[in-house]
Design a binder for this molecule. Structure first.
Ligand code: PSU
Ligand code: MN
Length: 306
């Protein structure tokens, strides 16, 4: 049987030789960041990894084929074409239609795991939306992590979501959540949320040890590594609260539903903050890429590595 995806040469060589690889998502590029900064960001995230000796694998579906690792033209396409936002359930539909899509955390993690990539960097994880008890709006990122053995480094979840409910769901789904050098769950643009974590790690090696132990225990879940933006880089909390309130009210007024909700809120917030939220978003994503790189290095040099 042929593989249902295309593995870039660089990625297949790194995987075959047991060298570190980090998966990167494309929805953040296509739907989470404005042009042209999104294209710069896509290239920068890859460059940061290469500088660490880690092979980047940006994932997207192009013309029906899931691509694990994009070339320069692929990065240009995800940044500049109006691609569908693709979660896990959309993958077979895009494949059958020969269509293209930017993959969410869920779809990226799924494809990464299929290719044997264990570490993934993103900005923020999807989660339970506010008002979910009425709308049932909970990101497939959560249910996917319950059955996908990929370690996702994020700055927590956006404060547009219901953070408490998101953490409860991760508990129910048996997805471990560890703070990276913190016991407080971050809230994306802000270093802290109001929520404490049970566990924290101090090093990438500790994360690799948890991954190994998960494998030995026969667990098939992913791991959420919550990596807060440093305090001096966070968004001003007062400004954050004001813009967040405006964004939620605007989404309500516009009646946005389904997968349009997250991109709507992100775009509104970038505009209403005069771009400040964008700079913070880029800073936290860079931090996550670096930590994911360290974890991938620790994972590839772990004891008992095949
Ligand atoms: N958080 C961000 N930027 C993003 C996303 C989340 O800060 O671009 C994207 C990710 O791709 C995530 C998706 O997987 O939004 C979640 O969308 P939904 O809530 O529709 O599942
Ligand atoms: Mn949703």
């Amino acid at each position: 049987m042929t593989t249902p995806f295309v593995l870039a040469e660089t990625v297949s060589a790194a995987l075959a030789e047991g060298r570190p690889v980090v998966a990167l998502e494309s929805t953040i590029i296509s739907h989470g960041l404005p042009r042209p900064r999104n294209h710069e960001a896509a290239r920068e995230f890859e460059r940061l990894l290469v500088e660490m000796g880690v092979t980047p694998a940006t994932i997207a579906v192009l013309d029906g084929l899931p691509q694990i690792g994009l070339d320069a033209e692929g990065l240009r396409r995800i940044a500049n074409e109006d691609l569908a936002k693709a979660s896990v359930r959309d993958l077979p539909i895009l494949a059958a239609a020969g269509a293209s899509g930017a993959t969410t955390v869920a779809a990226t993690a799924h494809l990464a795991a299929l290719a044997g990539i264990r570490v993934f960097a993103t900005g923020g994880l999807g989660g339970v939306h506010r008002g979910a008890s009425d709308t049932f709006d909970e990101s497939a990122d959560l249910s996917t992590l319950a059955r996908t053995p990929v370690t996702v480094v994020s700055a927590g979840v956006k404060s547009v979501l219901d953070i408490a409910a998101t953490l409860e769901r991760l508990e129910t789904l048996s997805v471990p959540v560890v703070g990276f050098r913190t016991r407080i769950f971050p809230s994306f643009w802000l270093t802290e949320s109001a929520h404490e974590l049970d566990w924290s790690v101090e090093s990438a090696e500790q994360v690799a040890a948890i991954m190994l132990s998960q494998d030995q225990l026969g667990h098939r879940q992913g791991i959420v590594v919550a990596n807060p933006i440093p305090l001096e880089q966070q968004w001003d909390p007062t400004e954050h609260d004001r813009v967040l309130g405006e964004a939620l009210a605007a989404a309500e007024r516009a009646g946005v539903r389904g997968k349009a909700v997250t991109p709507f809120l992100l775009r509104f917030i970038v505009d209403a903050s005069n771009g400040r939220s964008l700079e913070v978003n880029l800073d936290l994503a860079r931090n996550n890429v670096r930590v994911a790189g360290e974890i991938a290095v620790a994972w590839s040099s772990r004891d008992g590595s095949p």
